[in-house]
Ligand binder design. Sequence first.
Ligand code: MN
Length: 211
Amino acid sequence: MMNEYYPFENLPLPYAYDAMNPYIDTKTMELHHDKHLQTYIDNLNKVIEQNPQLKKYSIEQMLYNVARLPMKVQIAVRNNAGGVYNHRMYFEQLTNPGIDKPTGKLGTAIEKEYEGFENFKEEFKKAALAVFGSGYAWLICDRDGNVQIITTVNQDNPLEKHLYPLLNIDVWEHAYYLKHYNVRAEYIDDWFMVNNWRNIEMRYDRFTEML
Ligand code: MN
C-alpha cells in the first residue's frame, strides 16, 4: 500500500469506475471512492495536524497502537485512520473478472479451518449479514497464521486487536444501496464475484513470513 504516512491523499482506483459492472455499479464506485473515502482522508489529515505526534506513524502503526493514545484522539484515529485503511483495502482487493478461489498457503489454511472453500463462503456471508448497522466482515490471520472470520462495527479495524486483515467487505449501506437497495445478501453474492484472491494470498504470505 502506497502513501502510508501523513499527508494522506486519495490515490486513484487501480481500475475504471465501471470496472466492477455488473456486480458493483459505476455510481456507487464513484461516490464510494471520491466522496466517502475522500472525507476520511481529509478528516485523518486534520486529526494529525491537530496531533502532530502522530506524523511519525504509518497508518498501520496508528491502528495497531490506537488503544495507547489519549481517549479523545483514540476515537478520531479509530474512525478516520480506520476509514482510510478499510476503504483502501476494500477497493484494492476487487478485480473483474474475479479470481474464484484461494490457492497456496492461504488456500490450505482456509480449507483446514472451514472444511472447504464453499463452506468458508457460506460462513463469511452469514457473518457479513449479521453485522448490525454499519461495519465490516473480515478474514483475518492471527500470530500463529490461523485464519478466522470476524466482524467489526463502524470503521474499527482488526489491527487494533493485533489481528492482521486479509480481506474485508464493507457492509455500510452506501456500499450497495444504489444497486441492491436494502438487500445486503445479493450485494454479498455479487461481491464474491469480484474478489482478487491472488492479492489476498499475497497479504497472507507477507504476514506469515514475518512470523
Ligand atoms: Mn464505505
